[in-house]
Design a binder for this molecule. Structure first.
Ligand SMILES: *[C@@H]1O[C@H](CO)[C@@H](O)[C@H](O)[C@H]1NC(C)=O
Ligand SMILES: *[C@@H]1O[C@H](CO)[C@@H](O)[C@H](O)[C@H]1NC(C)=O
Ligand SMILES: *[C@@H]1O[C@H](CO)[C@@H](O)[C@H](O)[C@H]1NC(C)=O
Ligand SMILES: *[C@@H]1O[C@H](CO)[C@@H](O)[C@H](O)[C@H]1NC(C)=O
Ligand SMILES: [Zn+2]
Length: 955
């Protein structure tokens, strides 16, 4: 059943719109807020009920009072909220909101925008009924407007689309639940992120935003755009989605996000206040008017002025008092013929004026990476900064999706069941915060990075209870279940102590909508094991000696001597169980001696200069990387039916294992880097370079937030004539899941386990930056060198995996799309001592389970499955192929919602916008100049994501 909706909103006039918003808005109070004048009077779908009057024959200066509140950076998110640790940075968000609400009530002309819902949500929960009523009224009247409205203002280079969509959904849902339609942000606002991803623009468009504003773009690009009046444009953000689905009006703000010079009236600034004595006009108003007139690099007779900056408005009176005077005295000059009109405004009111101007805008189809603010200042280091945090964030996304899914599949007992109270909410919020542009980006202070990681760990602790409950419900086994967090360093107390335990069982939960096969490596101390699946069939397995590098990085945290290697196969959206029993408990044979040395090279960039490399910036001191070691030591560990692997040692702190698993066509490179030595006084940025004879010339390809792929070309930008000033750093781009090079015959694709920086400096070569440790701050505010101490305070050791595939170009997507999805949504392993299947009555235990009736078609990805409220569930289905990239999969594909789940009956479905804060049928975006037979059948076109609220019943 489709939810039927009242036909309001879409084509209603201003007053109706407002009446919809406030409970006690009479038409009379309505018109007081519709102040537009003359022929430009907005009406129809584009009209915003409460935009201020502008003057068509003048230059209209839209003052946008705002504060930029980082959800963690130099201080943690809690410290920022409360105004704690003001010795690090004077900033207290609670006082900002208190003060602004106070000042807004003093004059109906004053306006304010608020962006980060993570902060607003906390503040709102502490307010009295009376304050909440006042705030609601301000929101309804458009005086307090939510802009962007995600949980945070996400980073664009190092985030994955799945986590970005989730964090936006979290913030937007709070706003809709609290304020309804009047709280819905219409403008996306990424004033601080360090470069802009095309996928972000596509996501914003699909979420129903009418426009997007940002502050940072390459300095050469900006200079050109100012000259040609192309600071505002239409961004066509997808090559696959039919326009205007992914079209987003995009504007570059004139002063970054700061006020114009001399106009900063916050308590943190030193600019002169507007002096209001009789001689005022002699003082500075003429000059101010002239200054506005000079900002003539925009196409319309409107300009936007960001009046605020980082954590400003703690004493909002200072700002508003001076802006009141600015408006009064500048506009007074109109009587003497001045053509400048200054007004309080918001980004959406400004955007509405641009739309009414009905001009033709330039089209943009590439992205805004990399970002340089000067000739030697490329912000390309943060693509890799804090590699362990980047991995942990990515892994946490996988766990959150698993947690969300199991909450739905396990029903009400998952949040309150045999293992206690669990929830997915804590993890959602921790992930929301982790998407911030100083969180996963790696550009925060060390203590703040620890805080993000701690939040994710706490989130997972809440999810663990939920997952235990849910698996107990689904499997019928309530015996204790443990998760091994440290399998990546071969530590898991339960499997290591297998000398004492005769058997244990391992549950493999697969969050993907298709069957996956996945290699598992468990730390063990025996030399021979039997591994059987739920049907009692023996699975090929092998104990390989623990590598020297794993022993080195594990140090005293475990004592396994070997790793039991086997491959598991897990059903779609479900789990299976393996029983592992020890056959021989003598210790595994130790590693074979080094067998050969050969010339395999790994490289490193040294960093040291006037503009040093830092958390944000990458600036190697030479274009040629140092070769760490020309001759690597090679250890052939094993050649067996399960796995073949070779270990390469480049130095005591750089090693790599090359693996080929039986039945997998990809080659796995497991790299281990660290602690990076700095005793030589040089910071280091370690890259791995893959040299091939592919004729890629200057071209390479990188993904955008893990989705569509963009073409890159060395020393080239599609939209302007690049003057290249940094031959290495100026050619680095972010990747979130993959990069490739190709020629007519071959394509080498690398799938990564976290976000990293990548480039191709030579024909046939692809380099990926793995780790960085630096000795200097890069003067972008963080005030610390990026030198992570790691668990033992001698430097962080990072380990990760790259999956390499070599295919003909026209078959590459068929391989890398599923491979990358599998890396993003990894199976969750959990262990039970003994065999629950033997201990409990067999008939009540379910050794394997799939939540789906059938695997989803290969092109379809189940992006979201999460409990929305008691009776409904949010689901997102995604077409994971781009148009034309796959001969077999780049076709529209249809899924039947009612035939999806095996244990859930779908009673109703309503389609929503991507952000789930609007019903699809109510979506009605501004138009800019430059189209089912059964209600259950959902057709997905290449790269399309469709979002539904489903009413479900457990069968
Ligand atoms: C807007 O411009 C288009 C052509 O660019 C024109 O066809 C249309 O009539 C204009 N609309 C208004 C309301 O002026
Ligand atoms: C291993 O994984 C844990 C999370 O389970 C992560 O915190 C840690 O950084 C990883 N270690 C390495 C060396 O990658
Ligand atoms: C290079 O590798 C060899 C063989 O593993 C090793 O003995 C040597 O110490 C390494 N040199 C450096 C500088 O790491
Ligand atoms: C938005 O919230 C209102 C209540 O504030 C609710 O009636 C409406 O269904 C919500 N919209 C969506 C898309 O969830
Ligand atoms: Zn910021």
């Amino acid at each position: 059943k489709h939810r039927s909706r009242n036909a309001v909103g879409a084509s209603s006039l201003a007053c109706v719109d407002l009446a919809q918003c406030g409970v006690d808005m009479t038409p009379a109070s309505c018109s007081a807020h519709v102040l537009s004048t003359g022929p430009g009077m907005p009406s129809g779908p584009a009209a915003l009920h409460s935009c201020p009057a502008t003057k068509p024959s003048m230059l209209n200066v839209h003052l946008v009072p705002h504060t930029h509140d980082d959800v963690g950076w130099l201080k943690t998110v809690d410290q920022y909220y409360h105004g704690d640790r003001n010795n690090i940075q004077h900033a207290g968000v609670q006082y900002i909101l208190d003060s602004v609400i106070d000042q807004l009530q003093k004059d109906p002309a004053r306006r304010f925008i608020y962006v980060e819902t993570a902060f607003f949500y906390r503040w709102w929960r502490q307010q009295s009924q009376n304050t909440r009523r006042i705030v609601t009224q301000l929101v309804n009247e458009g005086r307090l407007e939510f802009i962007n409205g995600g949980w945070c203002m996400s980073d664009e280079a190092t985030t994955h689309y799945s986590a970005v969509i989730d964090q936006m959904t979290l913030g937007l849902r709070f706003l809709n639940d609290t304020f309804g339609e009047c709280g819905r942000p219409r403008v996306a606002w990424h004033i601080d992120p360090f470069g802009h991803a095309r996928e972000h623009a596509s996501i914003f468009a699909q979420m129903g935003y009418d426009g997007f504003f940002f502050g940072r773009l390459d300095y050469q690009d900006k200079a050109r755009r100012m000259k040609t009046k192309e600071m505002e444009m239409l961004w066509r953000a997808s090559e696959s989605l039919t326009p205007p689905l992914a079209d987003l009006f995009t504007g570059v703000l004139p002063n970054g996000y700061n006020p114009p010079e001399g106009f900063c009236w916050d308590q943190s600034c030193n600019d002169a206040p507007i002096r209001d004595d009789p001689d005022l006009e002699d003082y500075n108003v003429d000059e101010i008017v002239q200054r506005f007139l000079n900002a003539a690099f925009y196409k319309t007779n409107h300009i936007i002025m960001t009046m605020g900056s980082d954590f400003q408005y703690e004493n909002a009176n200072l700002w508003y008092k001076n802006m009141d005077k600015l408006i009064k005295y500048v506009n007074a000059l109109q009587a003497k013929g001045s053509k400048v009109n200054v007004l309080y405004s918001t980004p959406s009111c400004y955007l509405q004026e641009l739309n009414l101007a009905n001009l033709t805008w330039p089209l943009k189809t590439d992205d805004f990476f990399p970002y340089a603010d000067d000739a030697h200042d490329f912000w390309t280091g943060y693509f890799t900064s804090r590699p362990a945090l980047k991995l942990y964030e990515r892994l946490s996304n996988s766990r959150l999706q698993t947690c969300n899914q199991l909450e739905v599949l396990g029903g009400p007992k998952s949040t309150s069941g045999p293992f206690g109270e669990g929830d997915s909410d804590t993890m959602s919020k921790a992930m929301g915060v982790a998407q911030h542009h100083d969180a996963v980006s790696g550009t925060e202070k060390q203590h703040v990075a620890y805080d993000y990681a701690r939040r994710l760990a706490t989130g997972w602790a809440h999810c663990e209870v939920l997952v235990r409950n849910s698996l107990a419900v689904l499997s019928g086994s309530e015996s204790p279940r443990v998760f091994c967090e440290n399998l990546n360093i071969s530590v898991c107390p339960l499997t290591e102590s297998s000398q004492k335990v005769l058997y244990f069982s391992m549950n493999v939960y697969n969050p993907l909508g298709r069957t996956v096969s996945w290699p598992v490596r468990l730390p063990v101390n025996g030399s021979l094991y039997s591994v059987t699946d739920t049907k009692g069939k023996t699975v090929d397995s092998q104990v390989v000696p623990l590598s020297k590098s794993t022993q080195q990085m594990r140090r005293n945290r475990g004592y396994a001597k070997g790793e039991l290697v086997f491959q598991v196969e897990a059903p779609p959206l479900g789990y299976t169980t393996y029983i592992i029993s020890i056959l021989k408990d003598e210790p595994p044979a130790s590693s074979p001696k080094p067998t050969a040395t050969r010339s395999i090279q790994n490289k490193v960039h040294a960093a040291e200069s006037r503009q040093p490399s830092g958390a944000y910036i990458f600036r190697p001191n030479s274009s040629d990387p140092f070769v760490i070691n020309k001759t690597a030591e090679i250890q052939i560990v094993t050649v067996s039916s399960t796995v073949q692997e070779v270990t390469q040692w480049f130095s005591p702190w750089v090693s790599q294992v090359v693996r080929l698993y039986e039945g997998h066509r990809e080659l796995e490179l497991e790299w281990t880097v660290g602690p990076v030595p700095i005793a030589d006084g040089l910071g280091k940025e370690v890259i791995t370079r893959l040299d091939t004879d592919i004729e890629s010339s200057d071209y390479f390809y990188t993904d955008s937030n893990g989705r569509e792929v963009l073409e890159r070309r060395k020393d080239y930008r599609p939209t302007w004539d690049l003057k290249q000033t940094e031959p290495i750093a100026g050619n680095y781009y972010p990747i979130n899941s993959r990069a490739y090079i190709k020629d007519d015959k071959h394509q080498l694709t690398v799938v990564t386990d976290r976000s990293q920086g990548v480039s191709s400096i030579y024909n046939g070569s692809l380099e990926i930056m793995l780790h960085r440790r630096l000795l200097y701050d890069d003067f972008r505010g963080v005030g610390e060198p990026l030198s992570e101490p790691g668990e033992f305070f001698d430097g962080l050791v990072a380990r990760g995996r790259l999956l390499l595939t070599l295919t003909p170009p026209n078959m590459a997507a068929d391989v890398h799309r599923p491979l990358a999805q599998g890396m993003v949504l990894q199976p969750l392993l959990s262990f039970q001592d003994g065999t629950p299947l033997a201990n409990t009555k067999l008939e009540v235990c379910r050794g394997s389970f799939s939540g789906l009736q059938d695997a989803l078609p290969p092109a379809v990805h189940l992006l979201t499955l999460s409990q929305w409220d008691k009776d409904s569930v949010l689901i997102r289905l995604e077409h994971q192929y781009q148009a034309k990239e796959s001969k077999t999969h780049s076709q529209p594909i249809t899924v039947n919602l009612q035939k999806l789940f095996s244990t859930l009956e779908v009673l109703g479905a309503s389609e929503m916008s991507l952000g789930a804060n609007q019903w699809k049928e109510d979506m009605n975006r501004l138009q800019w100049n430059t189209g089912n037979p059964s209600p259950w059948e959902v057709t997905l076109n290449p790269m399309e994501i469709r979002t539904f609220l489903l009413q479900l019943r457990q069968l």
